[in-house]
Design a protein around this ligand. Structure first.
Ligand code: MG
Length: 383
């Protein structure tokens, strides 16, 4: 029986993780859950599973819930998430939090001797070097819950990482893949949130629409697989059937294919090297008929190129880029700035910040604060 702590349980990945757990009730148990403010979804989850410990974002919710569920111990806030991640009483953390908020719980889990199934890519985007050090120090592992990285991970099983020529990360291109720069000027939040292939949370769907997400995934792949940036390529593939590929030094290319459903990467992260049955459709390639590929257009979507640049220069730049993006992404979703201003703010933050080696967690928090403040100023100036 594998004991899980799930953070971000009420979100898209969290709910699909619970679905995977419910498909294998004799193999998995959930010891603790972390949710944000979606208390209705939490109550729905609690009708399906028994847990002893829950953390919510707000203290007032924790107090009210403690009266309704006297058998559960409630925590709240960032401290609550860290308490759950550092508890001794589980085997693997499923980190499905959104944004930089996911970093400290990942670090806390590693430092308390746990492996992490990581859906929170911002952990690695912001603090990849710090996480790498912690993994080495505590002898722990990360298992990817991101379809592309799970595909790479699967395509690397049984092969020597030394023999990898390059990783080929596929990209659907998001909601606006067929629009010109000119057309991108007036797109709406609703249009951006309609992803052609994947059903995901709001923040990542916007990150997909401007390809910041793919840039983050390049940085995530760099840290997860310890690959230099020159060995990581992005390939446009609108059908999202090939989830990513690995080319080896003999030019053999291993790909992982499947229907776009996150439950497979979630389950594989929890069962590797075993494969378990999963209640999802089979891939029907005859029905799909054709798969298409092209090179990414970094002029139309400059954030992908910016992510490579920030990743290569390293230090605090990726944390600054992420912080500016979190603020700009939210401001766009709130209707405060136009779509193309996201990239303007994120690019400005990376170009204008002072480079720092970012050797400590304190320096990471400084980089995050600087990027956030930079973006907030730009957003306010626009209004
Ligand atoms: Mg992905």
């Amino acid at each position: 029986m594998k004991r899980l702590v799930i953070l971000g349980a009420s979100g898209s990945i969290g709910m699909q993780t619970i679905d995977v757990v419910l498909q294998h009730p004799s193999e998995f148990t959930i010891t603790a859950l972390g949710v944000g403010r979606n208390i209705e979804q939490l109550r729905n989850i609690l009708t399906q599973i028994d847990v002893k410990v829950v953390s919510v974002q707000r203290e007032e919710d924790a107090v009210q819930l403690a009266e309704l569920y006297p058998q559960i111990r409630f925590y709240h806030g960032e401290e609550g998430l860290i308490t759950l991640a550092s508890s001794r009483d589980y085997d693997i953390l499923v980190n499905a939090l959104v944004g930089f908020a996911g970093f400290m719980p990942t670090l806390a889990a590693i430092e308390s001797g746990h492996d992490v199934a990581l859906a929170n890519k911002e952990t690695l985007v912001c603090g990849g070097s710090l996480i790498e050090k912690a993994l080495d120090k505590y002898g722990r592992k990360l298992y990817p819950i991101d379809s592309e990285h799970s595909a790479v991970f699967q395509a690397m099983q049984g092969n020597d990482p030394e023999d990898v020529k390059r990783l080929i990360i596929t990209a659907s291109g998001g909601s606006f893949r067929n629009l010109t720069r000119e057309q991108l000027k007036d797109v709406t939040v609703e249009q951006a949130l309609a992803h052609p292939n994947w059903s995901m949370g709001a923040k990542i769907t916007i990150d997909s629409a401007d390809m910041m997400n793919k840039g983050f995934e390049v940085i995530e792949a760099h840290w997860l697989f310890r690959m230099p940036y020159e060995k990581i390529d992005v390939l446009m593939h609108p059908e999202s059937v090939i989830h990513s590929m690995v080319e080896y030094v003999d030019h053999s290319v291993m790909a992982q294919l499947g229907v776009p459903d996150m439950r497979l990467p979630i389950q594989y992260a929890l069962t590797v090297p075993k494969r378990w049955p999963l209640n999802e459709e089979s891939l029907d390639l005859a029905e799909i008929g054709a798969l298409h590929f092209s090179r990414p257009d970094t002029e139309r979507f400059p954030l992908l190129a910016l992510a490579y640049e920030a990743g290569r220069k390293g230090g605090n730049l990726c944390a600054v880029m992420n912080a500016a993006n979190e603020a700009a992404n939210l401001a766009f979703r709130e209707g405060r700035i136009p779509f193309l201003m996201i990239e303007e703010i994120v690019t400005g933050a990376v170009r204008e910040c002072r480079w720092d080696p970012m050797d400590t967690v304190e320096a990471l928090f400084e980089a995050d604060a600087w990027g956030t403040a930079y973006a907030q100023k730009k957003i306010e100036d626009y209004q």
